[in-house]
Design a protein around this ligand. Structure first.
Ligand SMILES: [Zn+2]
Length: 304
């Protein structure tokens, strides 16, 4: 049996085959954001940490879990650079870019695939899950950078002072150079397989080749479809991913109000409907509730 504990945003603890694996490491919360009531400082048992991308709301806390446990961290070259700067020994980290399969134990592997970050540059406050967003196609890297700078200014006007202090503290002088390249991970264990995505983006040619039993899909911001913003809603984007991956069960992440003033408390109903239309079932996790996610072995793979 494998269980999953959600810590808010896109951070989970996966217990599988006697292993404790953290998927992202952002446990401490900004002022006003609900969460598990725990801190990364409280984690004293961890074998592996996998990081989807290098932004603070995914990576901050990993440096303390690494200090308090014997874990090995897997992440992009930028994630490893940030962690090295935070004092983590490089021989306890594995740099990946997509294409690797890492053995986590005798029975469990994780495969890494290149992915995409949500189009954070295309909006100010995040949209609700059924709000249709159009346009913003063909925007150059330079224009995206300019819009990101505007977003940074906007966010500082929206957040409460403690939340800004949390943001500055979480970066702690090791601010990443962008997202570092988003990755998705496919865990394969005797109990079944699990896909982990921590930001709403994908390469459809890559995602469409994966057939996990359970898919953790990010549901926040404007979806990134092969490098361009989705022409539609977040629910449309999730529907497309369910269509590509065809998982039996879906777990959502990043949909909670993790940074009040910028994030929104996401309405799950349009997402649940999109997932069910695609023939999958939504598993709704509370914070740290040890949800059983893999119990009956891998499903029969049907090539289609
Ligand atoms: Zn991010």
């Amino acid at each position: 049996m494998a269980t999953l504990d959600w810590y808010g945003c896109a951070t989970f603890r996966l217990n599988v085959d006697g292993l404790t694996v953290f998927l992202d490491a952002y446990i401490d919360r900004a002022e006003g954001a609900a969460g598990s009531g725990t801190s990364a400082d409280d984690i004293d048992l961890c074998d592996w940490i996998v990081i989807g991308h290098s932004h603070f709301d995914h990576l901050y806390g990993a440096e303390r879990i690494m200090a308090n446990t014997n874990a090995t961290l897997i992440g992009s070259y930028e994630t490893i650079r940030v962690m090295e700067q935070a004092g983590v020994a490089s021989d306890r980290m594995i740099c990946v870019a997509g294409g690797e399969m890492v053995s986590l134990s005798e029975n469990v592997t994780v495969s890494v695939y290149p992915s995409q970050h949500s189009c954070v540059w295309s909006h100010s406050q995040m949209s609700q899950s059924d709000e249709v967003c159009l346009g913003d196609l063909g925007v150059t890297w330079q224009e995206q950078q300019a819009r990101m700078a505007d977003l940074g200014k906007y966010v500082t006007t929206q957040l409460a002072k403690p939340a800004i202090e949390h943001l500055l503290g979480s970066m702690a002088g090791q601010s990443p150079r962008g997202d570092g390249g988003a990755l998705v991970y496919l865990f394969e264990a005797p109990e079944g397989s699990l896909l982990y995505q921590d930001t709403s983006g994908h390469w459809s040619g890559i995602l469409g080749g994966l057939r996990p039993d359970v898919a953790i899909l990010a549901a926040a911001g404007r979806g990134n479809l092969d490098g361009e913003p989705i022409q539609g809603s977040l629910a449309d984007f999730v529907a497309r991913e369910v269509e590509l991956v065809k998982p039996d069960r879906v777990v959502l992440c990043h949909h909670d109000d993790w940074l009040p003033g910028f994030s929104v408390p996401t309405d799950i109903t349009p997402l649940r409907e999109a997932i069910e239309r695609g023939g999958s079932h939504l598993l709704e996790l509370g914070y740290v509730d040890a949800t059983e996610i893999l119990t009956d072995g891998p499903r029969l793979r049907v090539v289609d």
